[in-house]
Ligand binder design. Structure first.
Ligand SMILES: [Fe+2]
Length: 305
């Protein structure tokens, strides 16, 4: 029997330390997972003091070893790409903008933009080397599934990224990746992939928070800071009131369960399960907060793959 591993996923903290503390406290309520993924927009503006504050709060709260991806907000310091990327690497300790890791039997691949200036008209430019590296990592993967972490959503995957201007935000999320077509083509050949994206802050209560329609699995990672939803005119607007969401993922062999969690109401919003070696996915009803957050693993360590 494969060893079960559990991952927590937060994104878009954007200097909201009160909600971060709440989320970390909730995730550790019944014992910590095996790894924490912080999927971009760690800071509001990529400032040193914001990184210091973030890591002080992380250090003060029980949580498992963490992996981080860079988000567009982490470039909003009016400095060069180099400064923002070096700052991100210095504070997070990540080995580069992109890297491969192994947690138990699960391969985890981090992606990151080489250019956060947005001068290209896109948030994300992966570059030929990163795309070739990703293709090689997927082709040589012997585990199932493989988790791919990237801050920005891909077109026609999760909430907000579809074309309907009433229920979606095509003005916002159709051009996040310069190489969207190449990345989608690559991922579509790998049904074992679970692609995790944040950035939109759209509510995990939506039915389109998760999809496997494109062959691979894609899940919205919610947001710690401020919720957003459609404005009915192809754009988006913020939610009123408190908002704080993330994921708990449990992998056992080829079986994957993804729990969408609301840290404000301490409730399981959705649970889906799928098998990395089969098509389709199914919604699981009635999963309780305790059931979602109770994990009995053997605490495997994160290692470079
Ligand atoms: Fe973002």
């Amino acid at each position: 029997m494969a060893q079960a591993v559990a991952f927590d996923v937060l994104s878009d903290t954007q200097a909201d330390m009160v909600d971060l503390d709440t989320a970390l406290s909730a995730l550790a309520e019944f014992g910590t997972a095996d790894a924490l993924f912080v999927n971009g927009d760690l800071t509001a503006n990529g400032r040193v003091r914001q990184y210091r504050e973030l890591f002080a709060h992380l250090a003060a709260a029980p949580h498992p070893p963490a992996l981080f991806t860079i988000g567009n907000h982490d470039f909003y310091n009016h400095r060069t790409n180099r400064v923002s990327i070096d700052r991100f690497l210095q504070f997070t300790g990540m080995p580069g903008l992109y890297s491969a890791h192994r947690i138990g039997d699960v391969k985890v691949l981090r992606l990151g933009t080489l250019d956060g200036s947005e001068k290209s008209g896109h948030y994300v430019v992966l570059g030929a080397d990163q795309l070739a590296w990703l293709a090689a990592e997927l082709d040589t993967n012997v585990s199932a599934p493989v988790v791919v972490l990237s801050h920005h959503p891909l077109p026609h995957t999760v909430s907000g990224t579809y074309d309907d201007p009433v229920t979606q935000a095509p003005k916002m999320y159709s051009r996040d990746y310069a190489e969207a077509d190449q990345l989608l083509t690559l991922l579509e050949a790998h049904p074992e992939v679970l692609f995790l994206s944040g950035h939109s802050h759209w509510n995990l209560s939506r039915a389109d928070w998760f999809t496997r329609a494109r062959g691979f699995a894609a899940a919205n990672t919610g947001a710690v800071q401020t919720g957003f939803g459609p404005d009915g005119r192809g754009g988006e607007r913020p939610h009123d009131g408190p908002f704080n969401q993330g994921l708990r993922i449990v992998v056992e062999g080829a079986a994957v369960r993804v729990h969408a969690l609301d840290f404000v109401t301490r409730a399981v919003v959705h649970t889906v399960e799928f098998s990395a070696d089969k098509t389709g996915a199914s919604e699981v009803d009635g999963v309780t907060w305790v059931e979602a957050l109770t994990h009995r693993g053997a605490a495997p360590k994160i290692s470079r793959s």
